[in-house]
Design a protein around this ligand. Structure first.
Ligand SMILES: NC(=O)c1ccc[n+]([C@@H]2O[C@H](COP(=O)([O-])OP(=O)(O)OC[C@H]3O[C@@H](n4cnc5c(N)ncnc54)[C@H](O)[C@@H]3O)[C@@H](O)[C@H]2O)c1
Length: 386
């Protein structure tokens, strides 16, 4: 398929660096004989290959990024994501976006190599840029705590007729008021707060599902995360951290809620715990799960996951972009329930692993009549066929 998916991005940080490198990295990968591409969940979604994604506009507010082509901006400080594909196309020049609450004093006070440095450029007209570039989708990669800035970009999408992929824990897709605005505008969206490809959230979910499926009682579930990138540094500010902790714990709570099993606040903890600059983009998650098994016997699980945080997230976003494009083409509007549950921590509707995956497979095959959850969800219509 030679048709491109035109994507705009707000926030040229580490996650975007990995995504942009990944689009180039995979450009010459065809499916193997068994239909796979190493490191990619779905080689084709609705016919689209990862290399069909084209970045048409980028917004940031840091003076080391604004005014530079994407190819340079993704490697500018404070980005520290692994460089696995250094030769990338120039891409568009990063434009100045409105700052709002995207940048905290805490990040401005950090040393140059870790913190943010505001550009004094005048913000561009974001809606006009989205229209002029013909963007299909806008990707929100701004820092945790960017509530007003995220609402601004969500509204810009509605005004410009662009689908929204909300990768951060500001609740838009999971907020019925915002979802209705997208439905009224005839647009799909996915959100909120991406979960990584093989990340802490999906690990916690499958361990919790495993315990329940094997009849065990979950007494305690702990997920402690450490990392050294600017996302972790930003969340050292307690008021910025709050929404992330809620979003992470939502993943675990959902597995109880789906089975009607009560969960109390003391029986779980999931959240970013500290910033350790030595780790750079290496995120380490420690899990401890205490179970009660047969005859009341104690069972303990201690596990550790070590990943490159931003590449791990790009492995999900490269799919979510394609789900949105297919939904747009198929006339599906509102928050995509299956793809949101599969790719995000706080979707409008949590699902079990297998159910969320099945929805995504149906959409990837353009088998829209098999989108069971999306089709039958009636109180909050998420699918209106054109
Ligand atoms: N695995 C993951 O890395 C992961 C998983 C889930 C969610 N997220 C979320 O994705 C988001 C992006 O993560 P990241 O690691 O790339 O963060 P980052 O700190 O590396 O990048 C954020 C970028 O946003 C820019 N920015 C700040 N205010 C802005 C504004 N008003 N307009 C445009 N740009 C603005 C900053 O200058 C910076 O370039 C974060 O909110 C993070 O929590 C990441």
């Amino acid at each position: 398929m030679s048709k491109k998916i035109k994507v705009a991005v707000a926030g040229v940080g580490n996650c975007f660096s990995s995504l942009y490198q990944g689009i180039e990295y995979y450009k010459d990968f065809d499916e193997n004989i068994d239909g796979t591409i190493p490191g990619v969940m779905f080689p084709r979604i609705g016919g689209y290959h990862p290399a069909d994604i084209q970045i048409v506009a980028a917004f940031d507010v840091d003076r080391r990024k604004v005014g530079r082509p994407v190819a340079e901006a993704i490697f500018a400080k404070p980005n520290c994501a692994r460089v696995f594909c250094p030769d990338v196309p120039d891409g568009p020049v990063v434009q100045m976006g409105p700052v709002f609450d995207g940048v905290s004093d805490h990040m401005l006070e950090q040393p140059e190599k870790y913190g943010f440095r505001l550009s004094n450029e005048t913000p561009v007209d974001v809606v006009q840029v989205l229209k002029d570039t013909g963007a299909d989708i806008l990707l929100n990669y701004m820092p945790v705590g960017s509530q007003i800035a995220t609402e601004f970009y969500a509204q810009a999408c509605i005004d410009a007729g662009v689908a929204f992929l909300n990768c951060i824990p500001v609740f838009i897709a999971s907020n019925p008021v915002w979802e209705q605005k997208f439905i009224d505008a005839g647009l799909p969206l996915i959100g909120d707060d991406m979960r990584s490809q093989v990340g802490a959230s999906i690990m916690s979910q499958v361990l919790q599902e495993l315990a329940f499926d094997r009849g065990a009682v979950v007494k305690y579930h702990q997920q402690i995360n450490i990392g050294g990138n600017s996302d972790f540094l930003n969340m050292m500010s307690q008021e910025r951290l709050a929404s992330k902790k809620i979003s992470k714990e939502n993943v675990i709570r959902a597995q109880n809620d789906l089975r009607g099993i009560p969960v109390d606040d003391e029986s779980l903890f999931a959240g970013p715990s500290t910033w350790i600059p030595f780790l750079k983009d290496n995120k380490v998650a420690h899990f401890r799960i205490e179970l009660e098994g047969f005859g009341g016997a104690p069972i303990e699980i201690d596990a550790k996951l070590s990943v490159q945080d931003s590449e791990n997230s790009a492995g999900v976003v490269i799919d979510a972009i394609r789900y949105l494009k297919v939904a747009k083409e198929e006339g599906i509007v509102g928050a995509l329930r299956g793809p949101s549950a599969w790719t995000q921590k706080t979707p409008p509707q949590q699902m079990q692993y297998a159910d969320a995956k099945a929805e995504c497979v149906s959409l990837a095959n353009r088998d829209v009549d098999n989108l069971k959850v999306t089709n039958t969800f009636s109180s909050n219509v998420s699918k209106i066929r054109s």
